[in-house]
Ligand binder design. Sequence first.
Ligand code: CP
Ligand code: NVA
Length: 307
Amino acid sequence: MSLKGRNFVDLADFDRFELRRVLDTAHDLKRKQKRGEPHELLKGKSLAMIFMKSSTRTRVSFEVGMTQLGGHALFLQPSGTQLGRGETIGDTALVLSRYCDVIMARVFGHDEVTGLAKYGTVPVINGLSDLLHPCQIMADMQTIEEHKGKLEGLKITYVGDSNNVSNSIMQGCTIMGMDVTIGSPKGYTPSEEIMKKGTTLSKRYGTTLEVVNDPGEAVKGADVIYTDTFFSMGQEKSKEKEDALMPFQVNKDMVSKAKSDVIVMHCLPAHRDEELTSEVMDGPHSVVFDQAENRLHAQKGILALIV
Ligand code: CP
Ligand code: NVA
């Protein structure tokens, strides 16, 4: 199906052919940008960016991406707009759709971004919700392809707290033919609903999806180890959770249990020496800053195709 006019809220809404188009476009736009070739595919177009939560990468990469595509991005926060005074998501979506060609939103509840998509008449992009982080995983898959030359058949192990990032890995990586292992302690494993969705996808695409409670077992044979913060934005810190997740820290010992050419990934921001040691983050296996860069190229791919 054509991607033009589609919302980019949940990777499970797309098939392998569609995500392949996004990745190929991202690789192509990255090459063009590096060579200094003009690619103003969205000249005169405007992106409304709603941020209910903090951001460095998402904000800067979307804004710079729109500029490189010849368009313009507007940074909107509840405090500076009527959203903060109670104007509804639906009315906001209807109004922004009258001015802008695409809306990107970083929200707390996933229903806020699906609400924008429901009422908006222009495409809506999920820039992170409590449930999913689809743009991140497109950049991550672009990064894996750059380092490994392929996605299909590779094993990715996500270790740590099951969250928006791991949920989107379970969808995007499965659709693209990767075997996914989630290494999380009991109590911090994916929800039943997310497991059900992931299992359906893994059956459809002939991959494996498993949850393992032992960190060493989880990373055995992994081509990619991925981790994220113990406490996502909006979550309360607790000693109990930290104690449960500490054995899942990505450190030298864990890396030695995976394949010798394993790459280590983190969506950032990282909490150095909590979920990931500085030694590994700054070491030879780490590709975390390539991931951060690819947010720019992957999102330009998404924007170019859906707008
Ligand atoms: N990875 C990511 O989404 O980073 P920001 O929170 O800085 O946007
Ligand atoms: N899981 C993290 C990702 C930050 C980019 C969070 O939601 O805070």
